[in-house]
Unconditional design. Structure first.
Ligand SMILES: Nc1ncnc2c1ncn2[C@@H]1O[C@H](COP(=O)(O)OP(=O)(O)OP(=O)(O)O)[C@@H](O)[C@H]1O
Ligand SMILES: Nc1ncnc2c1ncn2[C@@H]1O[C@H](COP(=O)(O)OP(=O)(O)OP(=O)(O)O)[C@@H](O)[C@H]1O
Ligand SMILES: [Mg+2]
Ligand SMILES: [Mg+2]
Lengths: 213, 235, 233, 233, 213
């Protein structure tokens, strides 16, 4: 199983439960706004601590409350494209892209910098500061940063929301190649039905959360 | 009671705090308004007078600042007089065994050992200037100049000795008398330094009739008697 | 520690009055200066910055002396205030407040400047498109977002003014009931041998006063608590 | 103003040394305290906060006395330092540096805390997912983002330590060449009538020293300039 | 003409020129990422000052360099849905929604609060702080805030980027009603061809910017 998840999360007064086991390939999370998709990705990345349950990716347990396992985020090796991007504002685009890249050994890397710059069309932005980027430019840098950190699985939260059609097509093809050639497990959130249907091996519906008593 | 706003304002050197308060109490006991007294360093008080502060009476710890004010015509002529005298003493903590005859060649540096001699800052504070003068005249200055602990004022020097931070100190006789934690280990000869005198004068800007009366009380034999209780000499 | 003597009460209340007036007067001025330093660009900005820091750099006694030269009865500024609004400083509690305000100013300016520089200007422009003029935008967006710095400025300024000694005794003198604030009373007590208890009592009062301000500011900060929420990790 | 006399040079260099050592020593401690106050929750946090503010609230002379009682030759802390690392403070320049550091501490803690509290924690979690451990994240994300506060702390701390007088003269005494920093030299000069010129020269030196620090910090701030960019309005 | 625009903007080293006159209804700006769509909306809102040209909306001149006209943003009465949302972080959702609403006289308002809450599905969020909202929730609050300020024209920068399909349909219908019943001019940016084709009376292509010499 690429993702083996059975957890309960608490956010504010809302409690959310997820339970699914996904096979290889790309797994799409599909559900209305506020259902808890981002919360789940945060939990898989190790940024939110579930109150209950177990998370395993490609057979490795990342979290298991019963066994008191809770891998630190930096040990999970996920490539997380945040819904709110989170580019480092004090570092230029180049430094943002290389932040994760510098922290893995060369033989683990599976994406070349030049290939990434080319496919994402951000080669001309390297010296710019994030605050000066347009919405789509920033989003592509965020994708590049996550991919270049040579992750073992991907968490993508609406990564193409403000990317234009031509570029979107190229990036979709890149994601398909990552999925097929590297067989990296991918957890993918999108509101675009067509996108999801094209990419996903499995679609996991996320039900709206209910207020805990 | 009378409104204290109308009471005269007396500027007095900080080292006069106990004695001047006692004098003011005595004055009040005689049915007068108690003057309001600001205790601070003589230099700060004199500068306030120069800036036009609405004060009535100035009692300085040295003559230099009084001279300065007089030269600027800030004193009421004919009201200046030096009415108090003090002595300079060597002090040690009460439990110390040191007793020294203060004279040329006395083993001051040896007594200090690795400790320091607490004095008021000889760079400007009157008690420190007198101490330097004495030690120089006694030929001891060079042997102790590297072993000084100059303090902000004479009372701070006193405290350094009474808390044991310094084994010896040079302060006024009145200071030594005020603190039971120190004893007089020696007295500097009057001839080794300029006379230590405290001048008082009415300020030219004074509009308060009580001020002149209080000044006269201070220099009266009744007033001087109060200061003698605190160890001052009078003249 | 037993109850306070009337003399101690007098010193405490005077200190409170002096500090409160000093900070109330310094706050708008400090904010204006912080604003200029954070938001404006003009020649001589470094000079202004340096002047604001002066009371921090100079020994307090020198600051007191400079105040004496500036606000003395015969000095131009002193005469100006006396003649226009009948306000004199020398030997008056107003002088103690002025000294405290001047000494607290650099700390207050820095804290507020730090927060002002961190305010996201994009939020201000959003407010403008929603019909808020510059002034309204300032009141509803900039000011509340800079609140942590303003509270820090209040606490620092209050603490500094409660502890202010050197400039006050030099400028306003040490007159009981008029300019003898807590630090000056402590100084007077320190002049007397064997006054440790008295000094300790007065020092404890200073500390209590400032802890009060501190707790108040933490409470205000929490109450307005920007609801950062959604903290991860 | 003509060149400096050898005595003035000595005072200036000593002041520089004392301030530099004081701030270098205080910086990590102040940062640690700022971190605890900004990031941790623990019982007695308000107490710690109050203790940090103490040197600001108490008149400097009292702080000097407390230092004397704590780090004096016979005091436990004083003996501890003397016996373990041979470091003594009383009447030594190290004592002047200790006094300056203690007095600068509250200002430094506040400035750094203000900036630390403004750091967006989501950026730290992003760094974690990219493989940076807590320490690396701190160095590459938190620290640079808190830089404005650290620079402000440096400037405030340096200015405050250059101006420190009361605690220093009480604790370390006024020994030329050993503990006589600029403010102490100024104090000595101020005691004598007609010393205005000498005072002015020394005060100008203090100001120059701090302006230097100020300009340096502004330059550092600009160089690291977070590239806020895209300012609208 | 609802939008009558002929301006040149400078951003960093990039200079962008726009020239078009749009009739009534909804005008879509369509172009690749980084072309300058957001920059143009900023200029129309008065947040970026053009270096040259003229901007008029519904016949009223908002900016004219030759005539030295430059209306302040708060006088332009635009309803701007920012690409980066810009919710006020120190105010709860209710205060965000009412920020503009409180500043117009009641007879100018054309959208009821209840209607807005209902259509946007944000009624249950009123007491929450923006930092606790999910991506789609925040976006809907941003739309509500702009609409409730009773603007005379709308600037919408990818307003539906992270809104789910059901809600999107409802909001699209609301926009159509605003366009048709109130005949408010709308300048609309989206990368979704279908969305644009459904909504727009006119599509203005925005060409990629070129570096100025
Ligand atoms: N600190 C908080 N307090 C209260 N509720 C919270 C908090 N943080 C998140 N929530 C709620 O948790 C729910 C799940 O949020 P999440 O961001 O996971 O949604 P999502 O599925 O990603 O939505 P979207 O598609 O809009 O991004 C939402 O209803 C959100 O309002
Ligand atoms: N401060 C700046 N310095 C340099 N270039 C800038 C600056 N601000 C914006 N730009 C550039 O201006 C161009 C236009 O940006 P804009 O945000 O208007 O694009 P956009 O069409 O909205 O793109 P997107 O669809 O990605 O949001 C982009 O190439 C951007 O990189
Ligand atoms: Mg989400
Ligand atoms: Mg854009």
């Amino acid at each position: 199983m690429s993702f083996d998840i059975a957890v309960t999360l608490q956010r504010g007064h809302v409690r959310m439960t997820y339970e699914f086991a996904a096979g290889p390939g790309l797994t799409a999370l599909f559900g209305p706004s506020g259902a808890g998709k981002t919360s789940l990705l945060d939990a898989v990345a190790g940024l939110v601590r579930p109150i209950e349950g177990r998370i395993a990716v490609s057979g490795a347990t990342l979290f298991d409350r019963a066994q008191r396992i809770n891998l630190r985020p930096e040990k999970r090796r996920c490539g997380y494209v945040f819904q709110d991007l989170r580019l480092f504002p004090h570092r230029c685009v180049r430094d943002n892209l290389l932040f994760g890249w510098k922290r893995v050994s060369p033989d683990e890397r599976w994406l070349g910098i030049d290939v990434a710059l080319n496919l994402l069309g951000i080669g001309h932005l390297l010296d710019r500061m994030p605050a000066t980027l347009s919405g789509g430019e920033a989003q592509r840098v965020a994708i590049g940063r996550a991919l270049l950190s040579a992750p073992r699985f991907l968490l993508m939260d609406e990564p193409l929301a403000s990317v234009d059609a031509d570029r979107r097509e190229e990036i979709l093809r890149l994601i398909e190649r990552i999925r097929d050639e590297l067989s990296l497990p991918i957890l993918y959130v999108s509101h675009d039905r067509a996108e999801v249907e094209r990419l996903a091996q499995q679609i996991i519906p996320v039900e709206p959360a209910h207020s805990a008593a | 009671a009378t409104r204290s706003e109308d009471a005269p304002i007396v500027l007095a050197a900080a080292s006069l705090q106990e004695s001047m308060n006692a004098a003011a109490d005595a004055w009040e006991a005689k049915g007068h308004r108690r003057p309001r007294i600001s205790f601070a360093g003589s230099s700060a008080l004199a500068r306030q007078v120069e800036a036009g502060a609405p004060a009535d009476l100035f009692v300085s710890a040295d003559e230099a600042w009084m001279d300065e004010l007089e030269s600027k015509n800030l004193l009421r002529s004919g009201t200046r007089s030096s009415f108090l005298r003090n002595t300079l003493v060597l002090i040690a903590p009460t439990d110390s065994k040191t007793i020294l005859a203060v004279r040329p060649g006395m083993p001051l540096a040896e007594e200090l050992g690795s400790g320091r001699l607490a004095i008021a800052d000889p760079g400007g504070v009157p008690a420190g200037i007198y101490a330097k003068q004495s030690l120089t005249n006694l030929g001891l200055w060079d042997s102790v100049r590297g072993k000084l602990a100059p303090a902000e004022n004479v009372r701070a020097a006193l405290a350094l000795v009474s808390r044991g931070a310094a084994p010896l100190g040079v302060v006024y006789g009145t200071d030594a008398q005020a603190d039971p934690a120190v004893k007089v280990a020696g007295v500097f000869p009057q001839t080794s330094h300029d006379p230590i005198s405290y001048p008082v004068a009415l300020l030219d800007s004074s509009r308060n009739p009580d001020a002149e009366h209080f000044r006269q009380f201070l220099i009266s034999s009744e007033g001087k008697a109060i200061f003698r209780r605190f160890g001052f000499g009078t003249q | 520690m037993s109850g306070l003597s009337p003399a101690e009460w007098e010193v405490l209340l005077l200190s409170l009055k002096v500090s409160a007036v000093a900070i109330a007067a310094a706050l708008p001025l400090a904010f204006g200066l912080a604003w200029m330093l954070a938001r404006w660009r003009f020649p001589g900005k470094v000079v202004l910055d340096a002047v604001v820091h002066l009371p921090l750099v100079l020994p307090p006694v020198v600051t007191g002396w400079l105040l004496l030269l500036t606000f003395g009865t015969n000095a131009p500024m002193g005469r100006f205030f006396a003649e226009t609004i009948g306000l004199t400083f020398l030997f008056r509690w107003t002088g103690a407040a002025l000294a405290a305000a001047v000494m607290a100013l650099p700390l207050m300016v820095r804290a507020m400047r730090l927060s002002l520089e961190a305010v996201d200007r994009r939020l201000e422009s959003a407010a403008r498109t929603l019909g808020a003029g510059p002034w309204r935008t300032f009141l509803t967006i900039t000011l509340p977002l800079a609140l942590p710095g303003i509270l820090a400025a209040l606490v620092l300024g209050l603490a500094r003014s409660v502890g202010e000694f050197g400039a006050t005794i030099t400028f306003a003198s040490n007159i009981p009931g008029e300019t003898q604030t807590l630090p000056l009373a402590i100084y007077s007590a320190l002049q007397l041998p064997g006054s440790e208890l008295q000094v300790a009592r007065l020092a404890a009062l200073s500390v209590l006063l400032s802890v009060g301000a501190l707790v108040l500011s933490e409470w205000l900060a929490r109450r307005s608590g920007h609801g950062k929420g959604r903290h991860v990790l």
